[in-house]
Design a protein around this ligand. Structure first.
Ligand code: SAM
Length: 242
């Protein structure tokens, strides 16, 4: 599983990805034409049940594409905030929001284990292919729960481990920064969400993810060990246990 010692490597991998994308995409090129169309493994906006006026937080927003998609759903009364620990990604995402002229979206540089927002700030917390990169997954779910309003929803697309990764694959750094080796074990994920305070949780393996996952390390059969999953959960409308 991912450890905190890997964090500088994760940061560097995504700083490089952002720098490469920023160099390729000229300032005013329409978003639909960008070669860098996201580093996710699903589509959290399609499972989040977004409604006009929602305040949405995206954990590990990368270049901000899911935030821009969410902004369309929540409309002018809504707000979308993307958080990423990599300054290069925050700059790239901010540029994309400026280019797309979407003033309801903003980006903040922070670590998702320690969110710089008061309790009960958001209607929805979403994330796309980030939690697998982090060592302390329980803390991330607890932080998500904390910043959600009562009745708020969690919508996460992520890579989960469906079987133990062989030692030789687990040791490969590229598989850690590439969203494979730190995948949350599917077994125990529901308990982790409950422990964080979520009242109900659904975890569904997304079959379409198999070919994408295979393309990350061709010929290594990693799709036998990890899968893309859609994870949704809700915070009780009126919580009496905390
Ligand atoms: C695989 S990319 C996904 C980016 C985006 N969600 C998408 O779908 O394109 C992972 C992102 O998470 C960020 N990240 C990883 N660990 C993080 C942490 N602990 N706190 C904040 N951001 C983190 C990385 O900088 C990177 O931009």
């Amino acid at each position: 599983m991912a450890t905190d010692a890997l964090r500088p490597l994760v940061r560097k991998a995504y700083a490089d990805a952002a720098t490469k994308a920023a160099a390729v995409v000229p300032g005013k090129r329409p978003l639909a034409c960008t070669p860098h169309s996201g580093l996710g493994c699903g589509s959290p906006t399609t499972i989040a049940g977004l409604t006009p006026g929602d305040w949405v937080l995206d954990l590990g927003c990368g270049a901000g594409f899911d935030c821009l998609a969410a902004a369309v759903e929540v409309g002018r009364r809504g707000r979308v905030v993307g958080v990423d620990m990599t300054p290069e990604m925050v700059r790239l995402a901010s540029r994309h929001a400026r280019d797309a002229d979407v003033p309801t979206v903003s980006f903040v540089q922070a670590e998702i284990e320690s969110l710089p927002f008061p309790d009960a700030s958001f209607d929805v917390v979403m994330s796309n292919c980030v939690i697998n990169l982090c060592a302390d997954k329980q803390r991330i779910f607890a932080e998500a729960w904390r910043v959600l309003k009562p009745g708020g929803r969690l919508a996460v697309a992520d890579i989960v481990a469906v079987a133990l990764l062989p030692v030789e694959l687990h040791g490969e750094l590229a598989l850690h920064t590439g969203c494979v080796a730190g995948a949350t074990a599917l077994e125990g994920l529901a308990a982790m969400l409950r422990e964080a305070g979520f009242a109900s949780a659904e975890i569904a393996i997304a079959q379409h993810g198999r070919s994408v996952i295979d393309s990350w390390a061709p010929g290594r059969a990693i799709q036998h060990f990890v899968a893309a999953a859609n994870i949704t959960a809700t915070k009780q409308a009126r919580d009496i246990s905390r």
